[in-house]
Design a protein around this ligand. Sequence first.
Ligand SMILES: Nc1ncnc2c1ncn2[C@@H]1O[C@H](COP(=O)(O)OP(=O)(O)O)[C@@H](O)[C@H]1O
Ligand SMILES: [Mg+2]
Length: 246
Amino acid sequence: METRRASVSTMQQGDDRVSTGIGSLDKLIEGGLVRGDTTIVAGQPGTGKTTMGLQFLVHGAVRCGENGVYASVIESGEKLKRNARRFGWDLDALEKEGKIQLVSLQSTMKAGVSTALETVLEALHTVNARRLVFDSLSALMTAFESTAEARSFLHIMLKFLEAANCTTLMISEVPWGRQQLGTNFEEFLGDGLIVLESSFDNSRIRRRIYIPKMRGTENRLEGYDYYITREGFALAPTPIPPDKIR
Ligand SMILES: Nc1ncnc2c1ncn2[C@@H]1O[C@H](COP(=O)(O)OP(=O)(O)O)[C@@H](O)[C@H]1O
Ligand SMILES: [Mg+2]
């Protein structure tokens, strides 16, 4: 009881948190993401970025009354639906109920910045979205003819998201063997950064999550092991002990 009172009193006034749908992650970040903020989720292929994004949207739509859009430059809506089904998330039903919209941007991007923007903004408007997942920043860079186009797309979209108070996960694909994020958009995206990492440990893959940056949230320097199960994403309850860090 005492601890609870203390933690509530240290919260900033008007601090409105958005649950990620991953309880173990929410606990680390003072209840969730700050409403309206944009957080980069960076990681190598297969680390669970898409899974995290879907979990965030499904949780919002089913449990929080917050509708959402998944805008993908990489995957078709069908593929997302198939992947989501493995976790028991019925995107088809949520789409029919008008709670979620899946937008495939692959062909739209070739038509230029304004068409691509129109597609995303229209989807956000249609479901009155409070959450967005954009997959991915790296694909955005290559989908347009020039970096200038990608920048202007991102700039306008972020302005809109801010005005709409829409909480956003921006996925960033990190190529295998690289440490940096692999895009040069970070200057736009100041609010938060979640890094998902896969490494080989005793001949098996070990998954770790780090949160180097989260606006308005106490810093968490420790890494945590995480797991992907039939229920989705979950973090190990305790940080990785210092002697286990490479
Ligand atoms: N039911 C499940 N149980 C355990 N792991 C799963 C399950 N479904 C998918 N996965 C794993 O989770 C990962 C999900 O990848 P995904 O979210 O698509 O990653 P990314 O978007 O980062 O490439 C894959 O490596 C896959 O093997
Ligand atoms: Mg993915």
